[in-house]
Ligand binder design. Structure first.
Ligand code: SF4
Length: 958
């Protein structure tokens, strides 16, 4: 046996250690063996260089503040320290210095997730795009040639000049995605598009994040409180969300609120990762949530538990509706040339029909009737009218507890007690994230959920309010994209002055700030600066062959969806650019991954791709869309540029920045620099080729040969000035106090104001420094009208399509059988191990799962089909098929299969991604328009895609 120079053998050591344990266990302090080793504990180990390796991990040259600024959506964003050594990020660590809002509330620390913790591995991994690439094989074949930046930009600029000059700028579209920032990245992109008069495709409804139900009811899809607001809730309903997966940095507030007495109730078909922490789980049949809500509304109304004052003041429930036409009684019914947007109530005090105030929600002396039937003399003769609440009561008769129980699978006593508990609670709020709007009837489901909360007045108080799309946004750069070529301060002032001039008539017509903001958005949509993605894919991308088949699967439809699309486009309710009949030619991808993202993407490859003469992707990693592009330009990663997302969800009210911790890797450049260089190249080539001008969509002449000068605000900011752009634009932000210097050192600043941008303003609240964010208080406390046609939360929608489909009020409709009559329904959601496709093929994240795409299925369904856990199965329906590994999980409901999203095509056999068989039928009510608030603007109120109703069969592959 080897003797060491201290005279001890390994056996002696073990004996000594055992003795030490023994003596300690005997409670004595005489630790004889340990005494010896304490003198020279490491002497037996001569090879000690490993210690250096370990110790040197904890040394660095500098630390920079970073975040992953654009990819996390509901959970966005978190401040991190990046540790840099020899020009390399060696690791990242959560900053974790966010403050508490109030002493009795939990704080926001530590924000972060496991994806962020390994971003530095992602940025250096082999998926990284190192230099400009040009396709040399067929699109998607994966054959590339390396180009210099100058070669790539010259070729791209020449093609753009030719196409835009010859076919018009509306043939050039930009697809953006969840990786889009409103920092320098977004500014460069939006400014290039506005100057070329081309369109930015609006992916939000197409993703299914558009909260159509809330937008129809409230006038915009936005509205949310902060996560610490849940501490004041008596009940939080996690109704169709899974924040343990999708809201890792803030979901702790939910579980901590329970210690403050909050009851957290999960309503979902499967026993998911969030439900396991809830006080109560209500398992519900897939897609039947509207029936549950209507059942509860029925109990609340029948038992008189509703909040009369609230619904009289804040909702359209007292507004009179004609029995004959089912339309609101309007001024135009009472007099020639009367207004279309002036409605009436029956005043119980004066016993007469009265016009409620328009400029405020305060009813003053009026006491509107919620019930009764009245006769009115109109210009067409006498008609019967009743308050909308009466019509609602009629509808609720269809929702007996027994019927609701049959539809939902929930016991009637549970429905009844839940309804009573919600009605009697002081404060109730919800967490849905963006699950609901991915259902075909998601608009109805959401409208019914909101109805339950509104009936009980759960708005405007701490701990209450419907949480819809969560967004606080500093949209300064979005406005600057339209501003004249001056330094930012002057440019913004000039833009604001010109916009104020354009809308001064509307202001005099009692438009609120919210209404004005949305008007700006609607004008952008009308002029094709923003374009509905879903309609674009439908008209130009071949998706009409799939999503146009709604009537086959939705038993309630009487007309083909194509008729609704044509009617909507003809009437100008919705728009698409280029207009039908003209082909798109150029598609740029920046911040998105359209080929991975779109349900039924195979149609795009078949129909749209051949029409496109130029497809360019700007990205830092090679994803499915890059693989199908003509050129791929390497963009800098999150830690390689100065940037900020410009938005967060109010769940966490902090604005974060990322900074250039290291120089852009390989030959990559920031998107700001790429857009400037592209504009510069277009300007240069236009001069060299003497193609100086083009006609915009209005037929007015614009110039190619000053594009760079204008884009850079009269060369006040060059391609190298990304930091200056950050500094000067943040100095103009109305949303917080914190200049770039402070943010660069600190990483974050607290949000102080919702601003006037058409995304953030929907929160309709004043942010108070020592209070959680409580949405909608402008309406409930300040009595500012809601931005809807009725100027109230509007549950009755008498727009033509709604009336035709019997959806003027919220109701339940059976889900469609999208894809054919098959026994299993696909659901999904954001995954725990990736945010969109960003980390889907990342080695660390794959190690935490099965390393390849999986589909969860119930034990019962697996047994019935002879499928064992881990086996590869074939999933099919009338549209297509694909293969995937089955994960048999007792948490899944029989009849349900779950595929969490964002796998890339190349992770499947034959590159057949699971979205190939999702037809995503269009719902006609989402094509509505011509109805004040029912008109599209960026992110909302245009048709969305759905995937949650897809039907499939699964078989074992022998
Ligand atoms: S990936 Fe998103 S949620 Fe995760 S740490 Fe980064 S910013 Fe936070």
């Amino acid at each position: 046996m080897e003797k060491k120079d201290n005279g001890f053998t390994r056996r002696d050591f073990i004996k000594g250690a055992s003795f030490g344990v023994l003596t300690l266990s005997l409670g004595t302090l005489r630790f004889k063996g340990g005494e010896v080793f304490a003198q020279e504990p490491l002497k037996p180990y001569p090879y000690r260089t490993w210690e250096d390796l370990y110790k040197k991990q904890w040394t660095w040259d500098k630390v920079a503040k970073v975040t992953h600024p654009r990819n996390c959506w509901y959970q966005a964003h978190c401040s991190w320290d990046a540790f840099i050594k020899n020009g390399i990020i060696v690791r990242e660590e959560q900053t974790a210095d966010y403050p508490q809002t109030r002493p009795e509330l939990s704080d926001f620390n530590p924000r972060g997730c496991q994806k962020g913790a390994c971003y530095s591995a992602r940025m250096y991994d082999p998926t990284r795009i190192k230099y400009p690439l040009k396709r040399v094989g067929e699109r998607g074949e994966g054959k590339w040639k390396r180009l210099s930046w100058d070669e790539a930009l010259t070729e791209i600029a020449d093609t753009m000049i030719d196409i835009i000059a010859k076919e018009g700028p509306d043939t050039f579209l930009y697809d953006v995605g969840t990786n889009l920032s409103l920092g320098p990245q977004g500014l460069g992109l939006f400014r290039l598009c506005t100057l070329l008069d081309s369109g930015v495709l609006d992916c939000n409804p197409e993703i299914g994040d558009d909260h159509q139900g809330w937008a129809v009811t409230s006038g915009s899809m936005i509205g949310c409180g902060s996560a610490d607001n849940w501490f004041y809730s008596d009940i939080v309903l996690i109704w169709a969300g899974n924040p343990s997966y999708t809201g890792m940095p803030y979901s702790h507030f939910l579980w901590e609120a329970r210690y403050n007495g909050t009851r957290v109730i999960g309503i979902s078909p499967d026993y998911n990762a969030s439900v396991i922490h809830c006080d109560q789980w209500i398992p519900i049949n897939i897609g039947t949530d509207a029936a549950l809500a209507m059942g509860m509304a029925q109990v609340i109304v029948k038992e008189g538990l509703y909040n009369k004052e609230f619904i009289k003041e804040q909702t359209d429930m007292p507004f009179l509706v004609r029995d004959d036409t089912k339309q609101f009684l309007r001024e135009k019914d009472l007099k020639e040339n009367g207004r279309d947007d002036l409605f009436y109530i029956f005043d119980l005090k004066s016993q007469g029909i009265k016009e409620p105030p328009r400029a405020t929600l305060t009813l003053g002396d009026l006491d509107p009737a919620l019930e009764g039937s009245f006769e009115v003399e109109t210009i067409q003769g006498k008609v019967k009218v009743r308050p909308a609440f009466e019509f609602l009561k009629d509808k609720l008769k269809d929702y007996s507890l027994d019927r609701v129980s049959q539809i939902t699978g929930i016991n009637p006593t549970i429905i009844e007690s839940l309804a009573r508990d919600i009605a009697k609670a002081r404060t109730v709020t919800n967490v849905t994230n963006s699950c609901i709007s991915k259902f075909y009837h998601g608009d109805l489901i959401e409208r019914t959920q909101i109805l339950v909360l509104a009936l009980c007045g759960h708005f405007g108080k701490k701990g209450s309010g419907f949480n819809a799309f969560p967004m606080l946004i500093d949209d300064t750069n979005f406005r600057l994209a339209f501003a004249p070529p001056l330094p930012f301060k002057e440019a913004l002032a000039a833009f604001e002055k010109s916009f104020a001039e354009q809308v001064k008539d509307l202001k005099q017509a009692d438009y609120t700030d919210e209404m004005l903001s949305y008007e700006f958005g609607r004008r952008l949509e009308k002029t094709g600066i923003t374009v509905s993605n879903t309609l674009f894919w439908y008209v130009h991308g071949g998706l009409n062959e799939l999503s146009g088949r709604s009537k086959e699967w939705d038993k309630y439809l009487k007309r083909d969806v194509d008729e609704y699309v044509k009617e909507s486009l003809e009437k100008g309710w919705q728009n698409v650019f280029p207009a039908p009949g003209k082909e798109p030619r150029i598609l740029f991808e920046c911040g998105g991954n359209v080929i991975r993202r779109v349900r039924g993407y195979t149609a795009l490859l078949k129909t749209l791709w051949p029409k496109l003469h130029l497809i360019v992707t700007l990205d830092f990693r090679m994803g499915a869309t890059g693989l199908h592009s003509d050129y791929v330009l390497p963009a800098a990663g999150y830690y390689e540029k100065d940037d900020f997302a410009g938005w967060v969800g109010p769940y966490q009210p902090f604005f974060q920045v990322t900074t250039r911790a290291v120089e852009p890797l390989h030959e990559s450049k920031s998107e700001w620099e790429i857009h400037c260089l592209l504009a510069k190249k277009i300007q240069e080539r236009a001069k060299q080729r003497n193609i100086l001008t083009f006609k915009d969509k209005q037929g007015k002449e614009r110039r190619f040969d000053n594009l760079y000068d204008i884009l850079t605000y009269g060369r006040h900011y060059t391609e190298k000035d990304e930091e200056k752009v950050c500094r000067d634009s943040l100095a103009l932000s109305p949303c917080f106090k914190g200049d770039w210097k402070h943010l660069k050192e600190k990483g974050w600043v607290k949000w102080e104001d919702i601003g006037k941008g058409f995304f953030g303003i929907g929160n309709a609240t004043d942010i108070k420094p020592d209070e959680p964010i409580v949405p909608y208080t402008w309406h409930t406390d300040k009595k500012v009208p809601w931005p809807t046609l009725s100027r109230r939360m509007q549950f009755y929608i008498d727009q033509d399509f709604y009336l035709e489909l019997g959806e003027e009020l919220p109701i339940h409709k059976d889900p469609p059988i999208s894809g054919g009559n098959y026994p299993l329904t696909v659901t999904g959601g954001h995954t725990r191990w990736s945010i969109h496709s960003m980390w889907r093929d990342e080695a660390h994240m794959l190690r935490l799962q099965r390393g390849q795409p999986v589909m969860y299925m119930s034990v019962a369904d697996a047994q019935k089909r002879g499928i064992k856990d881990g086996e590869i199965v074939l999933v099919k329906n009338d549209i297509d098929s694909f293969e995937i590994m089955a994960k048999v999980a007792p948490a899944i409901r029989p009849g349900q299969v779950v595929i969490y999203h964002a796998w890339e095509q190349y992770q499947f056999k034959g590159h057949k991604l699971f979205q190939n068989l999702m037809p995503s039928p269009i719902k006609p009510t989402e094509l509505a328009g011509g109805y004040f608030h029912l008109g599209p603007f960026f992110g909302q109120l245009s048709p969305g895609q759905s995937d949650r109703d897809t039907r499939v069969e699964v078989t074992r592959i022998a």
